[in-house]
Design a binder for this molecule. Sequence first.
Ligand code: ZN
Length: 279
Amino acid sequence: MRLARVTKDGKIGLAAKTGDIVTIAYGDDLADLDAHIAAGTLVEAGEKATAGEPVDEASLLFLPPVVRPAKIVCLGLNYRDHAEESGLGIPEHPVLFARFASSLTGHKAPIILPKVSEQLDWEAELAVVLSTGGKDIAEADALDHVAGYSVFNDASIRDYQLRTPQWTAGKNFDDTGAFGPYLVTPDELPAGAAGLKIECRLNGEVMQSSHTGNLIFSVARTIHLLSSFMTLQSGDVLVMGTPGGVGVARSPQVWMKAGDVCEVEIESVGLLVNPIVAQ
Ligand code: ZN
């Protein structure tokens, strides 16, 4: 199933995409994917959306698939070429940082270029939403804890990120964590969403191109390692890191400007499009 929390004509609904057909059923409770994941009712909700009325996908405004995860755990330097271009070495342990839900934005919504910086950069990433949590989850069982996958643009304010050792500020500006459009259930994808092409395009020009098989720490290994030190919870989001080709590592450096359009696409998972708008 491919499910999205959307609004149409001011009403909130749950959209389902089956092939090229998009259907919608309305209702705040029905569209509450966080609640369905927690209650284990995602399939039932998806069936209601699939049986809903056909709708023109272009008429929908997309919200992030989940909006109140207990944790958003991001991996840095999780592709070899990006670790190398960053000059920070290949990690032996996952490099982790946190995003907060206040930084999330949806498909087609703007990524905001803030007043205080010009250094707005893109990062194409695979997002993972957990179904059930747990502690000390075995790597072999880890993918049983995945509710679905989606696309993420971990848009980063580089001067704020890199002027201190901790990256939290530069990774948590409002309207920079673009997420969506659809939550895609694992049955639609290869195990661990591995081996899928991942690409970032800025104004149509390819800036990053890799595949998810290049992850240093796979989805299963990441769930296992995280759960070795903290209890994972239903609805937690993991953002799996970005391949090489970010703007900060280019010569000359490239930053996203107001009026730009940034696209992140992961094969079989989706296409996430965001215009850049000045604060
Ligand atoms: Zn990132």
